[in-house]
Write a protein that binds this ligand. Structure first.
Ligand SMILES: NC(=O)c1ccc[n+]([C@@H]2O[C@H](COP(=O)([O-])OP(=O)(O)OC[C@H]3O[C@@H](n4cnc5c(N)ncnc54)[C@H](O)[C@@H]3O)[C@@H](O)[C@H]2O)c1
Length: 442
């Protein structure tokens, strides 16, 4: 099938690469000319494991094109995916739908035959109706259907998630559109990925409800971590103890510095806004947002606690800046408010991240960026692990200790065991775990 994919961010890039891998011919459109020029040279503007290999092989076999002009590819396509950003809008924090609306107007002009227009972007309930209205008003003669097909991939595991989804949600009541969507996802259907057909508005809400639920799980275990610290319990064992219950499940129960990234923060805020506009209280979501916002900065106080509450004149080394491992995405990363708070408390900060340093440099001033974990630890009074990159899980602890002015490790992802760290002579603080074997605080 001929597909046009508008927007080549994380979602657009991964979706079009995987759809091309299924055998469809995909033209990628983005208004960012530099991005398109880079893609034409087979340079991938984001870090996502395996993406470069898939793009290269499909481009070689002629199934991927790139352009800044959507006219011809949309006119030729049977399916047009909208995968542009829907960031938090300044002022009221609702999802900014202006990019989606702008694209809808451009698509309307180009439509030529029956075309399925699919919103893959995460959009507030009712956006599909709005896209339909825009196209209809601009082109009363056009033959088209608007479908909601939200994306559930996770950055860092995006290819796997796209190709082996738990489910595919298709929101439409148009029988022709259903057939087209079934054909697009046939390879996944053959792999037994369930397709859930539902109404467009329901599909739009499913995406927000899923993200809000996952954010709630994270926030719940983070609060249990705080309580564990006070009552002498171990949050990792609490998580295991509740996660073995099939009704709860073990995923998204890792205590940490709070959720960040390009989706959970903005999507929970947008969901809340949608509910407020309809006078529906969403108290759980409201509490999740508030608790998470406070938590990121509170992590700096946790670091300070290892220094009797004062960080003035201390040098803190930060390992991991991106909001999660295996991505270079710095959007709303917990490292940003944490480092700002460390600065506010008078500390100097050194940092290292395997993939996100270029983006981080633009967002976090006054940081000494280092070229590896060991150089980052050099002369530091304390080391903080913020993102659990694989390469931080097996650090040479003796070497780290030798580099540091003072062997204090604050592990905001609980990737080390307190007993082991104490055996290596570190003062170690994790999240929500008893200070079993750690030496006395300084
Ligand atoms: N990033 C994720 O992990 C993820 C997962 C699921 C869903 N989503 C949703 O998918 C959508 C896209 O997210 P993203 O992270 O890929 O966004 P992004 O900001 O990384 O990329 C969006 C792209 O759209 C392009 N664009 C904007 N307006 C355009 C226009 N008029 N014409 C052509 N191109 C245009 C931008 O130049 C940019 O390259 C969002 O709604 C997001 O919430 C993201």
């Amino acid at each position: 099938m001929r597909v046009a994919m508008i927007g080549t961010g994380y979602v657009g890039l991964v979706s079009r690469a995987c759809l091309a891998d299924f055998g469809h011919h995909v033209t990628c459109i983005d208004k960012d000319a530099a991005k398109i020029a880079a893609l034409q040279r087979c340079e991938i503007p984001i870090y996502e494991p395996d993406l470069d290999r898939i793009v290269e092989s499909n481009a070689r076999e002629g199934r991927l094109d790139f352009t800044t002009d959507l006219g011809k590819p949309v006119a030729e396509a049977e399916v047009v995916f909208i995968a542009v950003g829907t960031p938090s809008r300044r002022g009221d924090c609702h999802a900014d739908q202006s990019y989606v609306r702008a694209v809808a107007r451009e698509i309307a002009v180009a439509l030529d035959h029956f075309t399925v227009v699919v919103t893959k972007s995460t959009v507030p309930v009712g956006t599909g109706d709005e896209v339909e209205r825009i196209v209809q008003e601009a082109r009363p003669d056009a033959d088209f259907a608007v479908v909601s097909n939200p994306e559930f991939l996770r950055e860092g595991a995006a290819i796997r998630d796209f190709k082996h989804p738990d489910r595919i949600v298709v929101g439409t009541e148009d029988e022709r559109a259903k057939k087209v969507m079934a054909e697009i996802y046939r390879p996944l259907y053959l792999n037994r990925a369930p397709i859930l057909y539902t109404s467009r508005r329901t599909a739009e809400l499913i995406k927000y409800a899923a993200n809000a639920f996952l954010a709630t799980k994270i926030t719940f275990i983070n609060e249990m971590a705080d309580l564990s610290e006070k009552v002498g319990a171990d949050v990792q064992e609490v998580a295991r103890g509740i996660g073995l219950d099939n009704r709860i499940g073990s995923k998204f129960l890792h205590a940490g510095p709070g959720f960040g990234g390009s989706c959970f923060p903005k999507d929970t805020r947008a969901l809340l806004k949608t509910a407020q506009d309809r006078a529906v209280p969403l108290r759980v979501v409201e509490a999740v947002i508030a608790a998470n916002d406070i938590r990121k900065r509170a992590m700096a106080r946790k670091v300070a606690a290892a220094f009797a509450g004062s960080l003035r004149g201390k040098t803190i080394a930060v390992l991991g800046l991106t909001f999660k491992p295996n991505t270079d995405d710095m959007r709303e990363a917990p490292s940003i408010p944490l480092i700002t708070a460390l600065h506010d408390m008078g500390a100097s900060v050194r940092a290292f991240d395997p993939a996100g340093m270029e983006q981080a440099k633009e967002l976090i001033p006054n940081v000494v960026f280092c070229d590896g974990p060991y150089s980052c630890a050099e002369g530091a009074d304390g080391l903080v692990i913020v993102t659990e990159w694989e390469q931080f899980r097996a650090l040479d602890l003796e070497r780290i200790k030798q580099q540091m002015a003072c062997p204090i490790l604050i592990d905001l992802r609980n990737i080390y065991a307190g007993e082991d760290m104490a055996a290596h002579g570190f003062l170690y603080l994790g999240i929500g775990r008893p200070d079993r074997a750690g030496p006395k605080r300084l």
